[in-house]
Design a protein around this ligand. Structure first.
Ligand code: BES
Ligand code: ZN
Length: 849
């Protein structure tokens, strides 16, 4: 299956700084045929031995004599492998419009896989310029980081052409890229003169237009924000059929999964549009933050990923203000980061890494989502103007070089005059975050707040002495009911506790900490403070983002055993009048967690009823058909609510979903894209083998990867055990792209008690194939998390642990520990609260006496 590549010659200008007879380079799955060193103006010296250190992914070239100090060039002939592992230089399968299977050859080098394509010094701080020439079949397109400077027939074989690209700026190896295949494209020019192209599969150029628009708007936005222009003459964005990550920021040639780039005006849903905008915004930000200024070492990966994951929202907010994207940030990134970082098996943002598997491991929610969240907090603490000033100084000072976390702090400190390093070190060098405990007393027209911090642990408060209790420098802002959107007071909490005096506040006015939900911490209010805030949920006087944050804090406090889950259920019921999509989305997510937990009990149906009751009024209000004047968020909300109602077995929703599904399948009335996921989910959840057959047929017929993914993600909802097994087998079949197998299996695990067991067994039974397929990359971590996280019995933690003791997954070690911890937390939660929850659910149905 794997093809050996042709002979490749690498020619590398080189400085010998100290006489030596050995050169050590990175190299993996490559056979070197000859290597030689040619000193400037001297005789070529052939290497006589190549010692491969496979474990370290290195090779030592041994020379018969000392290479003297001075410059020269290193020449290497080698044979590489065009692999099937979605890393290094690999092949990606696609189907031509006439149905023929073909292969493209593409690259994915981050983090440490350039060494699979050519021997090199594969570290971010070893920058070089690259002159790339590709010899390719003449009917194919070749792309690389830079523009083509020459394309001519290849003398030795007339079916080939030689394509030469312009020299790159000085750059890191992980950002080098090339693609050879058949593609169409759409093109435009950004207002600052950069040629932007979006490459799509043949015949689908139209689907590139949305991303093209976003990209052409985004480039000038970043140029203006950073006050530094994009330095290359062109940028290409290309959709790759087989692609492990979501997208990759190769300088000048950004690669994407098809679903992160292609939008069809009729068949794409609102959430896909939003996803494409975010991913484009993210990868283009890297062109500055990552490509122009690169992290010194992978320890500072978070600088790249955390920053890009923050500014992608700024960019989308600029391009699509109607998305209300910052509220969605809180639900998508901020709360996810808090959940992960509350575990004992979390890690600091800045973490020592050495071996490639350790590097792979940190592409996680700490680097991305916590990184983005602490940058958001910092931006808020500094203010936009000084923040931009500092960013600009940083980019100018380190452009074409490398930088560390400290370097950024220094620039921001100079720009703002604030103690940035001291504040930020407490967030990036130690893991976890604080819970802020608040109590109040009214003194005349003053309110005195007692504020303290301690580490928040997912398992609840720990008894410990102050010495081993970490502290954070916490920027705290405070608002009151007089103006919930305006910060009344700011303090920097730099010790375990403090008191704050708020003047001129009426006794019946409430006080809210952390307006905007910007600070990276959770809050525990005293009972009276909390009670005074709750009406703000019902009457919507609290901001949406704060209604969301308050609910989310309470939910996680309940999971940690600090309050009762029943209290949270009562708070959730106060959301019946909620109009905001993102608030519903977060609530829905937490109810999903609770529903999954209670699937371990015999009163699972009672929580379904609770969900139906909560979502029915908003479902009624929205109806099935979009109304004129509705926008992006209405489309998202309708899909969310109908899916939730359908899944929970709301009768009218189920009937209508079946009716519409039938018309869709019969070709009478195509379902609008935004209704497809909820309808598919609903009919499958209450479906049989005929439903599954129909869905698999729709999957086969689907022309867009988006539609295939949509179906793949919900197949696991099918209830019958034999059908669940069919879905699992389908996940590993040729029908599913290798990168999407994970979400099919994850869909099974997340759908039901039976699914959870079946998916875990399937992963164990097919471990070798799955592990091989992903070669330890981050997809294996995602798979483990999706299939192991949901259990709630102590002995499953032991089973998961012991399975991975005998089946090693080096890049997923921490994920395994996190899963085991989560299982134990679930088990404790269930033991603690199940009975009370059950009683509450029964009692709320009972007729009033
Ligand atoms: N640099 C990453 C791609 C990457 C991820 C390379 C993991 C190697 C390992 C890229 O910038 C990225 O972060 N992509 C995200 C999408 C983004 C919108 C969060 C991804 O792939 O999920
Ligand atoms: Zn990124």
């Amino acid at each position: 299956k794997q093809e050996k590549g042709n002979l490749i010659l690498c020619h590398c200008p080189f400085q010998v700084t100290q006489g030596t007879n050995q050169i050590v380079m990175n190299c993996a799955d490559i056979d070197i045929i000859t290597a030689s060193f040619v000193p400037e103006g001297g005789e070529e010296i052939n290497a006589t031995g190549f010692n491969y250190q496979n474990e370290d992914e290195k090779v030592t070239l041994c020379f018969p004599s000392i290479l003297q100090k001075g410059s020269g060039s290193l020449k290497i002939d080698f044979v590489g492998e065009l692999n099937d592992k979605m890393k290094g230089f690999y092949r990606s399968k696609y189907t031509t419009p006439s149905g023929e299977n073909r292969y493209a050859a593409v690259t994915q080098f981050e983090a440490t896989d350039a060494r699979r394509a050519f021997p090199c010094w594969d570290e971010p701080a070893i920058k070089a310029t690259f002159d790339i020439t590709l010899i390719i079949p003449k009917d194919r397109i070749a792309l690389s980081n830079m523009n083509v400077v020459d394309r001519k027939p290849y003398p030795e074989d007339h079916s080939l052409v030689e394509v030469k690209f312009a020299t790159t700026p000085i750059m890191s190896t992980y950002l080098v890229a090339f693609v050879i295949g058949e593609y169409d494209f759409v093109e435009s020019q950004s207002s600052d003169g950069v040629t932007v192209r979006v490459y799509t599969p043949v015949g689908k150029a139209e689907q590139g237009k949305f991303a093209l628009e976003v990209a052409t708007k985004t480039l000038p936005f970043y140029k203006d924000y950073f006050s530094v222009p994009y330095p290359l003459p062109k940028i290409d964005l290309i959709a790759i059929a087989d692609f492990a990550a979501g997208a990759m920021e190769n300088w000048g040639l950004v690669t994407y999964r098809e679903t992160a780039l292609l939008i069809d005006p009729k068949n794409s849903c609102a959430s896909s549009r939003q996803w494409v905008a975010l991913v484009v915004g993210h990868e283009l930000a890297h062109q500055w933050f990552g490509n122009l200024v690169t992290m010194e070492w992978w320890t500072h990966l978070w600088l790249n990923e955390g920053f890009a994951s923050w500014i992608e929202y700024l960019c989308v907010d600029h391009c699509f203000p109607e998305y209300d994207i910052w509220t969605q940030f809180v639900s998508a990134d901020y709360t996810r980061a808090l959940d992960l970082d509350a575990l004992d098996n979390s890690h600091p943002i800045e973490v020592d890494v050495g071996h490639p598997s350790e590097v792979d491991e940190i592409f996680d929610a700490i680097s991305y989502s916590k990184g983005a969240s602490v940058i958001r907090m910092l931006h808020n603490y500094i203010g936009d103007e000084d923040f931009r000033k500092g960013m600009n100084a940083y980019l100018l000072k380190f452009q074409h070089k490398n930088a560390s976390t400290e370097d950024l702090w220094e620039c921001l400190e100079q720009a703002s005059g604030k103690p940035i390093a001291a504040v930020m070190n407490s967030w990036t060098k130690q893991m976890g975050f604080p819970i802020i405990v608040v109590d109040q007393e009214q003194h005349g027209s003053d309110r005195v707040l007692k504020i303290s911090q301690k580490k928040f642990c997912a398992s609840g408060p720990r008894n410990g002495t102050y010495e081993n209790c970490p502290n954070w420098m916490v920027p705290i802002s405070i608002c009151t009911s007089e103006d919930p959107s305006c910060t009344k007071m700011k303090v920097l909490l730099d010790q375990p506790e403090t008191t704050v005096n708020i003047t001129n506040i009426a006794p019946d006015h409430w006080i809210k900490i952390n307006p905007g939900t910007v600070g990276f911490y959770r809050i525990q209010y005293s009972t009276t403070m909390l009670e005074s805030l709750l009406p703000g949920i019902r009457d919507l006087t609290l901001l949406p983002v704060d209604r969301l944050g308050l609910q989310n804090d309470l939910f996680s406090l309940a999971r940690a055993g600090m309050i009762s889950t029943v209290e949270v259920l009562k708070v959730m019921e106060a959301f019946v009048n909620e109009p905001n999509y993102t608030v519903w989305s977060d609530l829905s997510c937490n109810l999903g967690v609770l529903s999954s937990l209670l699937s371990h009990t015999d009163f699972h149906e009672d929580i379904q009823e609770f969900i139906r009751d909560l979502f029915t009024p908003i479902g009624m209000k929205l109806g099935w058909d979009s109304k004129t004047g509705e926008g992006h968020l209405d489309a998202l909300l309708r899909g969310l609510v109908l899916g939730k109602l359908g899944k929970a077995g709301h009768k009218a929703t189920l009937e209508e979903a079946r009716r519409r599904f039938k018309e869709h399948v019969e070709g009478k009335q195509t379902l609008p894209a935004d209704l497809r996921s909820p309808v598919y989910l609903t009919v499958l959840k209450h479906g049989d083998s005929t439903t599954l057959d129909t869905m698999l047929k729709l999957h086969k017929q689907a022309d867009m990867q988006e539609e295939k993914n949509r179906i793949e993600r919900v197949l696991g909802a099918i209830p019958a055990p034999d059908l669940i097994q069919r879905v699992l087998n389908f996940a590993l079949s040729e029908e599913v792209r290798p990168q999407d197998t994970v979400s099919v299996i994850g869909g099974v695990a997340g759908s039901s008690k039976q699914g959870r067991k079946a998916a875990w067994k399937f992963v164990k039974d097919n471990w070798e194939e799955l592990h091989n397929r992903y070669q330890g990359g981050f997809l294996i971590s995602r798979l483990i998390k999706l299939t192991a996280d949901g259990f709630a019995i102590d002995k499953m933690a032991a089973e998961v642990k012991s399975f991975f003791e005998s089946h090693h997954a080096p890049a997923a070690e921490r994920t395994v520990q996190q899963c085991c911890e989560n299982i134990l937390l679930n088990a404790a939660w269930l033991k603690r609260d199940a009975e009370d929850i059950h009683q509450y659910l029964l009692q709320r149905k009972a007729p009033p006496v």
